[in-house]
Design a protein around this ligand. Structure first.
Ligand code: NAD
Length: 470
């Protein structure tokens, strides 16, 4: 794709579709026109995906890997155009762990998925019994995604699906359709016709995908509430599901941690993508002994981070993506302040500024039952809770019904690993938070969902296991 304008033109609505103007959350100015696809469009896409699937499955792993590697090249060719569009639509800055980083991750995950091997496994071979476990394609896979990391999460869903011989139909979030339409336009420069489709409709289109009899699996990333609706909608067809749902990740800072040394990583653990990240640090538990020092260091880091319009190369924090999310964050911080929480920095949005900017906010001396702690804020406001015993911290970390990620911060790796093993979460990081790796499986515990993504486990999740016995 040659230019940004050519990319936008390629995904513009055609005559048969309604269109919707997408506004930049940083400025309120139009970004582009998105088609509003319907359930009829979905039906056509599913039928075309089903028709293309047998040939794609028959092409074999080597051909599919080669196609995914070429698709990664295509993403890199259009990387700057994709990053600029993502920045304008989602709000995230070009720099920092944001838009360019997200586009880079798309290429990296495509390559890693293309080169991960899943070979048949001999389960028993003792001279009497021979049993082998292998994975066959499922058929058509539906991919329903959120607005926070729209391109990267789409790749997480579709790369293993395609690699395993499935075809895919993507339903992006209503908030960020352009980013996903553009990404798929670029991928389809290299993928064979018919294997990858996008239907940019509302949640009714997502609901139809979840119940569609010709769809064998849904990869869903989004809120726990929508995940529960998808479980129900998929029940009649006993569809396979991978559910990456909401989280409220705890971080526990042990008394031997060095506040200055960890402050920067704590900050990005919580504020990556301006806090709009599923596995971001959303409540921080700090031991009495170093509570004040951690608050001081974290405040210094937070105050130094430039926030503003994403296309400005200096910024590393952006706006909230939408008004609804802005209101959630503002209400939670106001309620925390009213309940006696001490605002260390932030908490005072400039209402004259255009765009949904909410300053990076730290709230100390907050009760563990305060809604800013117990509800998913999904934005730039971190509550810091004091504790005095590790048992108490672990109990508070485990006290909610979600468990996506968590982290333990300490100078003593062995001690940190022991605490980590006691936490009810799909991933527990040590001295970092939210770091994902295409080789390392990722998934939630409790109501943060089920099923693993990435690596060999991620490929298995996109196949139907079959035992050959005899
Ligand atoms: P959301 O659940 O509102 O929407 C996600 C997608 O689901 C959208 O495309 C939407 O149209 C669709 N949808 C909504 N209701 C549906 C239904 N009944 N049937 C089918 N599709 C439906 O989530 P969001 O606000 O876009 O994203 C934020 C949430 O996603 C947060 O809770 C966040 O923690 C979570 N999230 C989780 C992960 C993870 O890996 N676990 C990653 C990113 C975001």
């Amino acid at each position: 794709m040659e230019t940004y304008d050519a990319l936008l033109a390629a995904i513009a609505p055609t005559n048969g579709h309604d269109s919707r103007t997408i506004l930049d959350p940083a400025t309120g100015r139009p970004v582009g026109e998105a088609p509003v696809h319907t359930v009829e469009d979905l039906e056509r896409a599913v039928a075309a995906a089903a028709a293309a699937q047998p040939a794609w499955a028959a092409a074999g792993h080597d051909a599919r890997s080669a196609a995914l590697l070429k698709a990664a090249d295509a993403v890199e060719r259009s990387a700057e155009e994709l990053a600029r569009l993502l920045s304008r639509e989602q709000g995230k800055p070009l720099n920092g762990p944001n838009a360019r980083f997200e586009v880079g991750a798309c290429a990296a995950w495509l390559r890693a998925t293309a080169t991960t091997e899943l070979t048949p496994e001999t389960v028993v071979d003792d001279g009497e019994t021979y049993a082998e476990l292998r994975y066959k394609p499922i058929g058509v896979v539906g991919a329903v995604g959120p607005w926070n990391w729209p391109m990267m999460i789409t790749i997480w869903q579709i790369a293993p699906a395609l690699r395993m011989g499935n075809t895919a139909v993507v339903k992006p979030s209503e908030y960020t359709p352009l980013s996903v339409l553009a990404l798929i336009q670029v991928l389809n420069e290299e993928l064979p016709d018919g294997v990858l489709h996008v239907v940019a409709g509302d949640r009714g289109v997502g609901a139809r995908l979840a119940e569609h009899p010709a769809v064998g699996k849904v990869m869903f990333t989004g809120s726990t509430a929508a995940g529960k609706a998808i479980i129900k909608a998929s029940a009649d067809t006993v569809k396979r599901l991978t559910l990456e749902l909401g989280g409220n990740d705890a971080g526990i800072v042990l008394p031997d941690a060095d506040p200055k040394a960890i402050a920067q990583d704590l900050f990005w653990g919580a504020f990556i993508n301006t806090g709009q990240t599923c596995a971001a640090l959303k409540r921080l538990y700090v031991h009495d002994d170093i509570y004040d020092a951690v608050c001081t260091e974290l405040t210094a880091v937070a105050k130094a981070m430039p926030m503003g319009v994403g296309l400005d190369e200096n910024n590393v924090l952006g706006p909230l993506q939408n008004k609804a999310q802005y209101d959630i964050v503002a209400q939670l911080v106001d309620a925390a302040r009213d309940a006696g929480g001490r605002i260390l920095t932030g908490g005072n949005p400039d209402s004259d500024q255009p765009g949904y900017f909410y300053p990076a906010t730290l709230v100390a001396d907050i009760d563990n039952n305060n809604p800013l702690v117990t509800e998913e804020q999904f934005g730039p406001a971190l509550p810091i809770v004091r504790y005095s015993t590790v048992d108490q911290a672990v109990a508070m970390a485990n006290g909610l019904d979600v468990g996506l990620g968590a982290s333990v911060w300490s100078s003593d790796l062995a001690a940190a690993r022991e605490v980590a093993a006691r936490i009810e979460a799909g991933t527990v990081w040590i001295n970092k938070h939210g770091a994902v790796d295409p080789r390392v499986p990722f998934g939630g515990a409790k109501q943060s969902g089920y099923g693993l993504e990435f690596g060999v486990e991620g490929l298995k999740a996109l196949g139907v296991p079959q035992i050959i016995n005899g």
